[in-house]
Design a protein around this ligand. Sequence first.
Ligand code: NAD
Ligand code: WQD
Length: 345
Amino acid sequence: MNKVLVTGGTGFIGSHVCLCLLEQDYEVHIVDSLINSSPNVVQKILEIKNLKTKIFEKDIFLHIGDIRDEKFLNQIFSENEFLSVIHLAGLKSVSESTENPLQYWEVNLGGSINLFKIMKKYCCKNLVFSSSATIYGNTDKKLIDENSEIKPINTYGETKASIENLLKNIYHSEEKEWKICNLRYFNPIGNHNSGLIGEKPSYPPNNLFPYLNLVASGIKEKLLIFGNDWPTEDGTGVRDYIHVMDLASGHIAAMKYLMSNKPRILNVNLGTGKGTSVLKLVKTFEEVNKCKIPYEFVSRRTGDVARTVADINLANKIFDWFPERNISDMCIDGWKWKNFGHVSI
Ligand code: NAD
Ligand code: WQD
């Protein structure tokens, strides 16, 4: 039995996780409603593997449906025995979550409850969960470790913190049974270096990197940089950007760690431990991709903080996991994925 279930597996991070799983010979089952992704992703993953679909087909399965649909999940679990579940399905826009909290609570928390119920029913108690650094409160710490205060400031972050709390309750209700790892991602960017899979960008994008891509491609005239008066090296916001392939390999490391250890619940940061300012990211992007990014400083964005950088000692130590790609790699690979077909200029 080497089947792994990946919810949200056709999405940005999920597609890279699926690729890494296939490369390590797991049989991958994706559950995705396709609300923010395309079924073609499966073909692209196979292309990257450079194997003939017919031969390889048996190793990756796409089950199209919603994690809130109990009957649908029940059917999949009744037909397959999974070694582990990697749960990425959910909604992720901070601004949208503030406008539509009911939808975010229903999908993120409601969908997760449904999934965990089915996992318990079928005695599948190995779980890697996509959490987020957004659950940490504002802090002056240079590096944010896993014991930092949990104090989300937006609805999206609250749904993630609540799922972590729920998982803590589930773990303590059956301590000798569950193996759970909450992975708290910092700022994933970049794509697989084939340029075949990547993020389906919302338009206009909320996040910096997809916006940079739109400016570089001429679709947007300039980048608006939110503040040059932050208490940072050059006055612009500092974040811990992590290449999505490194992030993906962190999931496999977490899953393997859980499988080879006794039941436990863990919270682990995934970042690089290095901070990069907006200006530094822009300059690197221009340099490695030989393009110009016009920008303008505007006022700070509500809810932003000066700096968030991960302490990744725990992941280094227990998973023996170390990110391998730097900011230049992220900018080069991230520019290879140009999926602007849906954008009307
Ligand atoms: P994504 O939108 O590309 O992927 C999420 C996938 O989940 C999509 O394919 C979508 O179709 C699917 N999905 C959404 N609702 C569903 C439902 N009800 N049932 C089944 N499938 C559903 O997002 P991503 O960037 O790949 O993020 C994956 C996970 O990581 C999310 O849980 C997100 O909150 C978390 N996360 C993302 C970031 C980031 O910056 N991208 C940072 C921290 C945490
Ligand atoms: C990065 C920096 C901005 C856009 C968000 C979510 C978080 C997580 C990751 C899911 C900041 C600046 C941005 C722009 C800019 N997602 N910026 N101009 O805010 O660190 O984190 O994505 O879990 O929950 O909140 O990422 O990419 O939006 O911003 O100057 O047009 O870029 O001010 O300093 P953020 P981001």
